[in-house]
Ligand binder design. Structure first.
Ligand code: PGA
Length: 249
């Protein structure tokens, strides 16, 4: 049976103490959960959360990363610092980074290659705005984000890449893509990957859906052939919502 990859993106929420409490509650609530689980607290809480989940199966994630290993880059956090804290997965190219902080595909690509070259897993986020979808540009946008985001990534590294399809209009809005709509975009993503890496790699690729995933819609989404997991924002901030999402089956 396939294992789903359920990831929580805590965004800019929670103090260190609040993060530790949530991490401990999740560790105990998900002790017997068979899925692959990741939580990504704020940078400031990574170290404390790493301690709180030590010895368990929850993976520590980061929400972003600088594009250089080290140096004069005020305000950035390096891949080496993340690894030092036990981070295993880094979320890159989130739409909030792309749209509010001007990250383009070339910058996202530098981060993806750097993270992979240091042995981290990456979740590469892609997705269209409502305007792009309504203008018939969904495939052009998502296709470009994938092709440029993965440029120069060797086939042997693809098993450490997850793609998260997150339609921008569904993030934090309470609007979810229908399972059918999401599945169709995921199928399109597989054809893009097949073109780049061949059909076997496309079949094996883990593709998460993200955008207002909640306990009451997760099962219908995960039931779709091409949906292999979820990237969860708002509903990952409370055990009452994240535990039932991760234990949807
Ligand atoms: P949301 O966020 O679940 O709050 O819509 C998803 C995300 O941004 O990853």
């Amino acid at each position: 049976m396939r294992k789903y990859f359920i990831a929580g993106n805590w965004k800019m929420h929670k103090t260190v103490a609040e993060s530790v409490t949530l991490a401990k509650d999740l560790a105990s609530g998900l002790k017997d959960c068979g899925e692959k689980i990741m939580i990504a607290p704020a940078f400031t809480a990574l170290s404390a959360v790493a301690d709180a989940i030590k010895g368990g199966s929850i993976l520590l994630g980061a929400q972003n990363m600088g594009p250089e290993e080290q140096g004069a880059h005020t305000g950035e956090v390096s891949v080496l610092m993340l690894k030092d804290l036990g981070v295993k997965v880094v979320i890159l190219g989130h739409s909030e980074r792309r749209h509010a902080y001007g990250e383009d595909d070339a910058l996202v690509n530098r981060k993806v290659r750097l993270a992979l070259s240091h042995g981290l897993e990456t979740i590469l986020c892609v997705g269209e705005t409502l305007e792009e979808r309504e203008g018939g540009r969904l495939e052009a946008i998502v296709g470009t984000q994938i092709r440029e985001g993965l440029a120069g990534v060797a086939p042997g590294l693809l098993d450490r890449v997850t793609i998260a399809y997150e339609p921008v209009w569904a993030i934090g809005t309470g609007k979810t893509a229908t399972p059918e709509d999401a599945d169709a975009v995921h199928a399109f993503i597989r054809t893009v990957i097949a073109g780049l890496y061949g059909p076997e790699s496309a079949k094996k690729l883990c593709i998460q859906y993200g955008g207002s995933v909640k306990p009451d819609n997760v099962a219908q989404l995960m039931a779709k052939d091409n949906i292999d997991g979820a990237l969860v924002g708002g509903a990952s901030l409370k055990p009452e919502t994240f535990v039932p999402i991760a234990k949807f089956r």
